[in-house]
Design a protein around this ligand. Structure first.
Ligand code: NAD
Ligand code: ZN
Length: 381
């Protein structure tokens, strides 16, 4: 089958690899029709991780079930399914509590809980930027989609990661009706966090970035765009909130945060958030800060350490919550919102391309080039 394969830092190719297949009785095999490129793929693409050359990328996947293992009895051949990026078993102590991002079964080797398709340190599973995808524990990990799924793939595929993750940010930040919310990062995740906060009836949502096209997207949904290359984002937020700071804050950048001059400063958004959010406010960190192997890589990120102004955080009495999204927790409700017309998350899509276009798409998206906000690939087109 054809697949997008990681070759090394800033290089992917579309290559023929062995077909994905049913390996265990509980597996489901999916013919992928839509697979997104995610900001998280860029951690691997840019060579910040231990992702091995030769592996297939892609953890935001949707497609049609073409084969099921003997022990699968809920999912049927022909079903259109979206696959939450977390690969989870459904029966471990964490899954039982809905913490599917922390599954204890599917990633036994890494020392970290949780697994995902085509992802560094998250199990041996291949990604879905390919013609076929093996889905472990298929009955648990397939979200079977409603009858309009074939026509609305670019909406439903957002249920794999980016929209639930944005929603998760608004949940971790405890967004209530009437709240003011500040979101750092107008990438796909930040835009979906802003969208979620607005759907949860926030009174005002401020989105910070320095890419004009991404800030325009934020404005399209009724958020207030804050360009951090003009002046301090913290000062702009304080000015808009009568010096109080926002009620809630979301970090949607991660350890690739940089200042407007381009220098990497992985602690920047965390400290700016502490200063932009009010006393006793809640902060959600969904941007990725992963521990690194102390033996190698870039010193800056070793063991995932970043310097936080803990004194200000402490004296403000704030709460910070973080982690990967337990996608399944939100899937049913968000799927219904799409189906019933209450949401159309495909508004973030900037390009729909063939699988063969992936190398070029990665280049543009990685450079955060104007007009490349969210790329959707269509294998098997
Ligand atoms: P992205 O790289 O496309 O977007 C990040 C945006 O942040 C960019 O537009 C960039 O210009 C902006 N930015 C950089 N420095 C900034 C600063 N100092 N202040 C404000 N904005 C700044 O990535 P994305 O797809 O939107 O993902 C964002 C983060 O969320 C990544 O770290 C990704 O790995 C993570 N993520 C987490 C989960 C989860 O489950 N927790 C799921 C998906 C993605
Ligand atoms: Zn993703």
């Amino acid at each position: 089958m054809k697949a997008v394969v990681y070759e090394g830092p800033r290089k992917v190719s579309v290559t023929t690899v062995p077909d994905a297949r049913i390996e265990r009785h509980t597996d489901v095999l999916v013919r992928v029709t839509t697979s997104n490129i995610c900001g998280s793929d860029l951690h691997m693409y840019e060579g910040r991780t231990s992702f091995e050359p030769g592996r297939v990328l892609g953890h935001e996947n949707l497609g049609e079930v073409v084969e099921i293992g003997d022990a699968v009895d809920r999912v049927k051949v022909g079903d259109m399914v979206c696959l939450p990026f977390n690969i989870s078993c459904g029966f471990c102590a964490n899954c039982e509590q809905g913490l599917t991002a922390f599954c204890l079964t599917t990633n036994p080797k890494s020392g970290l809980a949780g697994a995902a398709y085509g992802y560094a340190d998250m199990g041996p599973y291949n990604g879905g930027q390919a013609e076929l995808l093996r889905v472990p524990y298929g009955d648990f990990n397939c979200l079977v989609l409603p009858e309009d799924a074939r026509e609305r793939q670019t909406d439903y595929v957002m249920l794999a990661d980016v929209w639930p993750t944005g929603w998760h940010a608004s949940v971790l930040a405890c967004v209530q009706p009437g709240d003011t919310v500040v979101v750092y990062g107008a990438g796909p995740v930040g835009l979906m966090a802003a969208y979620s906060a607005l759907l949860r009836n926030a009174s005002g949502v401020m989105v910070i970035d320095h890419h004009p096209d991404r800030l325009r997207k934020a404005e399209e949904i009724g958020a207030i765009a804050i360009d951090d290359s003009r002046s301090s984002p913290v000062e702009q937020v304080l000015e808009l909130t009568q010096g109080m700071g926002a009620d809630r804050g979301c970090e949607c950048v991660g350890f690739q945060a940089h200042d407007p001059k381009g220098a990497e400063r992985p602690n920047m958004t965390l400290n700016d958030l502490v200063r932009s959010v009010k006393f006793t406010g809640n902060i959600a960190v969904v941007g990725l800060f992963v521990p690194r192997d102390p033996g190698g890589g870039d010193k800056l990120y070793q063991r995932g350490e970043v310097a936080i102004d803990y004194g200000t955080f402490w004296s403000k009495g704030q709460t910070m919550s973080t982690g990967q999204c337990n996608v399944k927790n939100y899937n049913r409700q968000l799927c219904s919102l799409i189906h019933e017309g209450g949401a159309r998350p495909s508004w973030i899509v900037s390009q729909e391309l063939d699988l063969d276009d992936a190398p070029e798409a990665y280049e543009h998206f990685d450079a955060r080039e104007e007009g490349w906000t969210k790329v959707v690939l269509h294998p098997n087109k």
